[in-house]
Design a protein around this ligand. Structure first.
Ligand code: NAD
Ligand code: UDP
Ligand code: UDP
Length: 324
């Protein structure tokens, strides 16, 4: 009876793990927005060697240009839906497009973690709570996801990824960590992928109307990327599997966000109400009690302080100088 067997010991740890000094760390999706900030932080520690695997689907080498050629850094063009053979101590698994390849990529990274005895962290999402019926969302809530809706591929993909993580943990004794990331913003965000903060900032800089999707009273809670990276690293290096919410509990309606961006960047810009997509969650705010207690983590940067930092980066990338 397989269920009665104790979990097998993970495969022998890499040599460097015995000395706890050097760490070889894989970051999948490391050329992306959050991943590249995580890489910056990991590279600050001279004992870390960092390997990024990314297929540049939404990310870019540009985000990592300061590390290319560095002796402790390696960039591999690789699609995580294909098996990957590397020897590492930790895996931050961020690679994920908004499609089901999520699941296969996670399965491969779990197989890798099992083979080499690495600890693996999955960046899951607040979307696992769907259109939540409890507010704020705490980790014990199972969520309210429409399985056949237009957003389901991403949400259900992450839910299956979480299931696989726990199955590998129970069956093979893999050390897992699951972060449920809430809306994150900051420099290097994709300019044109339609996320609300990047849309509003780009629109304000281009002097185009800010497109608030109806009704505009829906809420989100936005976490600045440096706080996010700090939370992910505390989770990875702590003792808790999670899932743990990582996000900023400061909650705003989309109308409030538009007004904030307008006031900060372009007081003359128009705010326009446009049609929304189906199944848009009406409210979202993390309960971060677990992160506070178990990780001693909480976000430090308020939205009004984070937006100007992002504005700087967007001005440079869009070529809109401040005196414009
Ligand atoms: P991003 O699109 O900037 O980064 C994802 C990276 O993964 C990109 O560099 C992309 O090229 C790469 N990638 C995609 N598919 C791949 C594949 N098959 N093989 C290899 N690389 C692949 O997005 P992000 O905002 O930095 O998100 C990072 C992680 O955090 C994702 O797992 C995402 O689901 C999760 N997350 C982000 C947010 C947010 O607000 N940004 C919220 C919740 C969860
Ligand atoms: N895998 C990988 N790198 C590794 C080990 C495994 O990408 O170093 C992939 C492997 O190709 C497989 C998946 O991870 O598709 C799951 O591996 P596991 O050993 O758990 O399952 P099995 O191969 O026994 O089905
Ligand atoms: N949104 C908006 N205008 C935009 C883009 C998005 O009002 O130009 C709204 C969207 O309807 C949603 C919220 O902003 O209610 C957050 O959307 P995003 O896609 O950034 O994140 P997610 O829905 O995944 O939380």
């Amino acid at each position: 009876n397989a269920a009665a067997k104790p979990p097998p010991t993970p495969s022998p740890l890499r040599f460097s793990k015995f000395f706890q000094s050097n760490m070889r760390i894989l970051v999948t999706g490391g050329a992306g927005f959050i991943g590249s900030h995580l890489v910056d932080k990991l590279m600050e520690n001279e004992k870390n060697e960092v390997i990024v695997a990314d297929n540049y689907f939404t990310g870019s080498k540009d985000n990592l240009k300061k590390w290319i050629g560095h002796p402790r850094f390696e960039l591999i063009r690789h699609d995580v839906t294909e098996p990957l053979l590397v020897e590492v101590d930790q895996i931050y698994h961020l690679a994920c497009p908004a499609s089901p390849t999520n699941v296969i990529g996670t399965l491969n990274m779990l197989g890798l973690a099992k083979r080499v005895g690495a600890r693996i962290l999955l960046t899951s999402t607040s979307e696992v709570y769907g259109d939540p019926l409890i507010h704020p969302q705490e980790e014990s809530y199972w969520g309210n996801v429409n399985p056949i809706g237009v957003r389901s591929c991403y949400d259900e993909g992450k839910r299956v990824a979480e299931t696989l993580m726990f199955d590998y943990h129970r069956q093979h004794g893999i050390e897992i960590r699951i972060a449920r990331i809430f809306n994150t913003y900051g420099p290097r965000m994709n300019i044109d992928d339609g996320r609300v903060v990047s849309n509003f900032i780009a629109q304000a800089l281009r002097n185009e109307p800010l497109t608030v999707q109806a009704p505009g009273t829906q809420t989100r809670s936005f976490c600045y990327v440096s706080d996010m990276v700090d939370g992910l690293m505390k989770l990875m290096n702590g003792e808790n599997t999670g899932p743990i919410n990582i996000g900023n509990p400061g909650e705003f309606t989309m109308i409030e966000l538009a007004e904030n961006v307008k006031e900060l960047i372009n007081p003359k810009v128009e705010i326009k109400m446009v049609e929304n997509t189906p199944d848009d969650p009406r409210q979202r705010k993390p309960n971060i009690t677990k992160a506070r207690e178990l990780l001693k983590w909480e976000p430090k940067i308020k939205l009004k302080d984070g937006l100007p930092l992002m504005e700087e980066d967007f001005r440079l990338r869009l070529g809109v100088p401040r005196n414009n």
